[in-house]
Design a protein around this ligand. Structure first.
Ligand code: AMP
Ligand code: MG
Length: 435
């Protein structure tokens, strides 16, 4: 066993990935499957929505000017010549002295330009009396009041919210060009691992990394196509690295330079190991590499951008070798795999965490030349670095409200200095319910 001869800088690896990892080609996605997907192109409406002027109240459609002067004591009387319902318009024309009973959402009949709400109307014997003035356009929704023809309703890069998908339906779209979701295999390696759901026994431990990685990768737009749990055996790891059906392999465990650490050597043999060993804590035994994908389209893919071999993200699978220690695994994912998955999926590379700027309750020690990822709790409006924070202490990430990143150029951060806490949670701080 020997240590790393040299370690890369975090920024160097980040820059390399930022330059090489490009969005996957778009695919046509039916509306019902669009929620959470990332738009690959702007969406313009070809039509006005609604396509007709519509009643905004239940009541009577009439000619507004005819109601001028109407009061409780001197209502106007109109002849009711028909009914307009949503989806069942009134076919005739409203002439002078006439009205049509109308329900909210029904198209305005020709000739009418205002709706007298039911509350100010009384209908009897085929006539309606209206007790107040309703000027033209009152209680009428104009054609195109929701969306105008030609309007861009959503921009490329948008992660579709439920209401976005609803709007797409309303403008008459059935499928949408979305970025393909990066297809990810989680490969857990270690002779000591039991599958999640087992009871830890003897010298065995239960794999937790696959669950953490699954959640993180789903957050970052990935589709998890496989989870494998492998012993520390090079033949088994080699087979997993050659999976043809993925864009990204997240390999946990065996990422260092020990005798059981096969993955880095295998990646170098099967493709390129671009980085191995990074000046950071935790996660220093992290690796990044690529393995050629060979040719052929994915069955699920079809898009306006043809797949070309020149495009590295298409011709290669990215391999992230993540240390097995749970905190290292999470941290290495956040620094390198997360931005790459987001970039493949058409999302911004930047970390998605909300930030809180808080004073530091106790100093953080670091070293020049190294990036530190420090878990902090939040107490009394201060960021408190957690004491039991070894890379194997998964519970430190559960007790923490977030993490502080100490950049390479600093020896540490003094007590009282303001730091940016990358929050693990989207919930407001008061609602965190931390013990
Ligand atoms: P390794 O990176 O394989 O040297 O593993 C470092 C430490 O992380 C060891 O204590 C492992 O038992 C632990 N570990 C490895 N893989 C996992 C996993 N999937 N889940 C939880 N802990 C793990
Ligand atoms: Mg191991």
């Amino acid at each position: 066993m020997r240590g790393f001869a040299a370690r890369a800088d975090v920024e160097e690896v980040e820059r390399f990935l930022a330059e090489r990892v490009r969005p996957l080609p778009a695919q046509a996605v039916p509306l019902a499957a669009c929620f959470g997907r990332v738009l690959a192109a702007d969406i313009r409406s070809e039509r006005d929505v609604p396509a007709f002027a519509r009643a905004a109240m239940d009541g009577f459609a009439l000619r507004g000017t005819e109601s001028f002067g109407a009061t409780d004591y001197d209502p106007i009387g109109l002849r009711v010549i028909g009914v307009a319902l949503p989806g069942r318009p009134f076919a005739g024309v409203v002439g002078p002295g006439e009205a049509v009973r109308i329900m909210t959402g029904a198209p305005m009949p020709d000739g009418a330009d205002a709706v007298a709400p039911a509350e100010i109307c009384e209908e009897a014997d085929g006539r309606v009396s209206v007790r107040d003035a309703v000027p033209p356009l009152r209680h009428v929704g104009a054609r195109g009041e929701d969306v105008r023809a030609g309007e861009t309703v959503l921009h490329a890069g948008r992660r579709l919210r439920p209401q976005d998908v609803g709007l797409l339906a309303s403008i008459g779209i059935d499928t949408v060009w979305c970025h393909s979701r990066p297809r990810v295999a989680l490969v857990m390696t270690g002779d000591e691992l039991l599958p999640p759901g087992s009871r830890p026994e003897g010298a065995k431990i239960v794999d937790s990394n696959s669950l953490v990685l699954r959640g993180l990768a789903l957050r970052d737009s990935a589709e998890i196509v496989a989870v494998e749990m492998l012993p520390d055996r090079p033949d088994r790891i080699r087979t997993a690295l050659l999976r043809a059906d993925v864009d990204v392999l997240l390999v946990s465990g065996g990422s260092s330079v020990g005798q059981e650490d096969f993955a880095p050597r295998l990646v170098a043999e099967l493709g390129t190991l671009d980085f191995h060993g990074v000046a950071m804590r935790p996660s220093s035994p992290v690796g990044v590499g690529r393995i050629g994908k060979g040719q052929g389209l994915r069955a699920s893919q079809a898009g306006p951008v043809p797949r070309s071999e020149a495009e590295p993200s298409e011709a290669e699978r990215w391999v992230f070798l993540l240390p097995g220690n749970p905190v290292s695994c999470l941290c290495a994912y956040e620094f390198f795999a997360g931005p790459s998955l987001r970039a493949l999926g058409g999302l911004p590379r930047a970390w998605p965490h909300r930030r809180a700027r808080l004073p530091l309750a106790r100093k953080i020690a670091s070293a020049i030349g190294r990036v530190d990822y420090v878990r902090v709790a939040i107490e009394n409006g201060c960021a408190v670095p957690l004491a039991t924070s070894g890379a194997s202490i998964l519970s430190s990430t559960v007790r923490a409200a977030g993490a502080v990143i100490v950049p390479r150029g600093l020896e540490g951060v003094p007590e009282g200095a303001e730091v940016d806490v990358l929050l693990y949670d989207d919930a407001p701080l008061e609602a965190e319910g931390l013990p």
